[in-house]
Each structure stands twice: as structure tokens, then as C-alpha cells.
Design a protein around this ligand. Structure first.
Ligand SMILES: [Zn+2]
Length: 66
């Protein structure tokens, strides 16, 4: 007995999985933490540690931030 509805659900689930993988690969998920340069944080270019705006050196690895 064929079950076209089940097959359709499987196809939809497969497409959703592919979309999730693509979004994970290309990093287009929801921007939970906007890290623009004019914000209130300084993201270390080396270790990506989030430092305060007034920080001149990274609190984690010590690289100069400005
Ligand atoms: Zn750092």
C-alpha cells in the first residue's frame, strides 16, 4: 500500500534538513549578537574574545585592540 503523504513528509523533512545544514555552513542564522564596530563591545580579531569598548588590550590573549 503506497503512502504518498508519508513520502511527502519525508521529502519536506529532508529539505528542511538541507536548509538547516546550508544555514549552518554559510552562517546565516539569526544574528543573536550583533557585533558591529560601533557597538559596546570589542571582539578580539585573534581569539574572538568579547571585550569592553574601552578595553585597549584583549582580556584573554592580550593582543592590542586599537
Ligand atoms: Zn584575544
Amino acid at each position: 500500500m503506497p503512502m504518498p503523504l508519508l513520502e511527502l513528509l519525508l521529502v519536506v523533512a529532508g529539505l528542511m534538513a538541507v536548509i538547516m545544514v546550508l544555514r549552518a555552513v554559510f552562517g546565516v542564522s539569526e544574528p543573536a549578537q550583533p557585533t558591529d564596530d560601533l557597538g559596546t563591545e570589542r571582539v578580539c580579531p585573534r581569539c574572538h574574545e568579547v571585550n569592553p569598548t574601552h578595553a585597549r588590550f584583549c582580556a584573554h590573549c592580550g593582543i592590542r585592540l586599537c
